[in-house]
Design a protein around this ligand. Structure first.
Ligand SMILES: NC(=O)c1ccc[n+]([C@@H]2O[C@H](COP(=O)([O-])OP(=O)(O)OC[C@H]3O[C@@H](n4cnc5c(N)ncnc54)[C@H](O)[C@@H]3O)[C@@H](O)[C@H]2O)c1
Ligand SMILES: O=P(O)(O)OC[C@H](O)CO
Length: 336
């Protein structure tokens, strides 16, 4: 399957950076931007100054604010909007999706209310089988990729052929995509790491150092793997790019919006203050801590860090008190 014409729906940080990856790999790419002025800037000036300032976009990448125009003739459609708005956006685009186009999800989250992974939401709205959906995950901070810093990613799809098609369409000198058939593990890894990154940011904001970060990353990995395995994921996935890889990148980088958001909470800001300061950029963990916590509870899985972040974000709990409670829990074996 050779793909040439690809549409990216969403012109935020990762949508634009991934569109650049595809164009640099030789694909003809059209980006849909919600705001016409963003579409115009990408199309005419080859920049997206609001999301990726200083990055020159390839000439073969164009943009429009008209979804019908963006989607005409697309062989693959990349969904690059935040998790909690994917359902509403996709419902509007449903009738415009070309038959047979491979659907690709960039979103990292679990839907509030339904507790569905993004590929499950896409399958439900489009009435397509899940094997037609490819999930992109891994340590992929958009700004670094847009600057052409080397990185790898995972393309997960239960249909290996479709994953390979997107692999061929996106592989290039600075972007190395691997295929994987464990969609559940890759999606849960991507969603859960945002919550753990919030907790690492919070710890940094409280003045803690490397030992605390390493503890949160490692125990975060333990709880996300516990949930994943319970829901049918391959435990090995969590040792890979969509697990520990993305955890390390997001939990340690000042570029991560989740980590930065958590840092503000750790410094004593309220949720509203932190939201105002991040100026509309999405920190998916803020919502996913609640949906993942609910998913874990429904499946009898213990996720103390996720529960703690829910309490800080949505119940006004004091970070220091929550930290003390985490340390004071019943003592246990590392793997129990
Ligand atoms: N930024 C990254 O480094 C990165 C990397 C990997 C994965 N992701 C994931 O990709 C998804 C998209 O992230 P992003 O960084 O491109 O987000 P972003 O906030 O930078 O951009 C979101 C885009 O979606 C559009 N949009 C449409 N409907 C919206 C709505 N109701 N609310 C908000 N925005 C709406 C916005 O206009 C914008 O173009 C997220 O799930 C994120 O976790 C991001
Ligand atoms: O900036 P964040 O925190 O949304 O993280 C971005 C990516 O998911 C990192 O892989």
């Amino acid at each position: 399957m050779v793909l040439q014409r690809i549409t990216v729906l969403g012109a935020g940080s990762w949508g634009t950076a991934f569109a650049k990856v595809l164009a640099d790999a030789g694909r003809d790419v059209t980006v849909w931007a919600r705001r016409p002025e963003v579409a115009r800037e990408i199309r005419d000036e080859h920049v997206n100054s609001g999301y990726l300032p200083g990055v020159r976009l390839p000439d073969r990448l164009t943009a429009t604010a008209d979804p019908a125009e963006a989607l005409a003739g697309a062989e693959a459609v990349v969904l690059a909007v935040p998790s909690q708005s994917l359902r509403a956006n996709l419902t509007g685009w449903r009738g415009l999706l070309p038959a047979g186009a491979i659907l690709v999800s960039l979103a990292k989250g679990v839907e509030l209310g339904t507790l569905k992974r993004m590929s499950e939401v896409i399958a439900e709205i489009t009435e397509r089988p899940e094997h037609e959906i490819v999930v992109v995950s891994g340590p992929n901070l958009a700004r670094e990729i847009a600057q052409e810093q080397p990185a790898a990613a995972v393309l997960a799809c239960t249909d290996h052929e479709r994953a390979v098609a997107i692999q061929h369409a996106s592989a290039g000198p600075y972007f190395r995509p691997y295929t994987n058939t464990d969609v559940i593990g890759c999606e849960l890894g991507g969603a859960c790491k945002n919550v753990i990154a919030l907790s690492c940011g919070m710890a940094a904001g409280m003045g803690y150092g490397a030992n605390t970060m390493a503890t949160l990353i490692t125990r975060g990995l333990a709880e996300m793997a516990r949930l994943g395995v319970k829901l049918g994921a391959d435990p090995l996935t969590f040792a890979g790019l969509a697990g520990v890889g993305d955890l390390v990148a997001t939990c340690t980088s000042p570029l991560s919006r989740n980590r930065t958001f958590g840092e503000r909470l750790g410094r004593g800001e309220t949720l509203e203050q932190a939201q105002r300061a991040t100026g509309g950029q999405v920190a998916e963990g803020v919502m996913s801590c609640s949906s993942i916590r609910e998913l874990a509870r429904a499946n009898g899985v213990d996720m103390p860090l996720t529960d703690a972040m829910h309490r800080v974000c949505h119940e006004g709990a004091d970070p220091a008190k929550v930290g003390a409670e985490l340390l004071g829990r019943e003592r246990k074996h590392e793997w129990s």
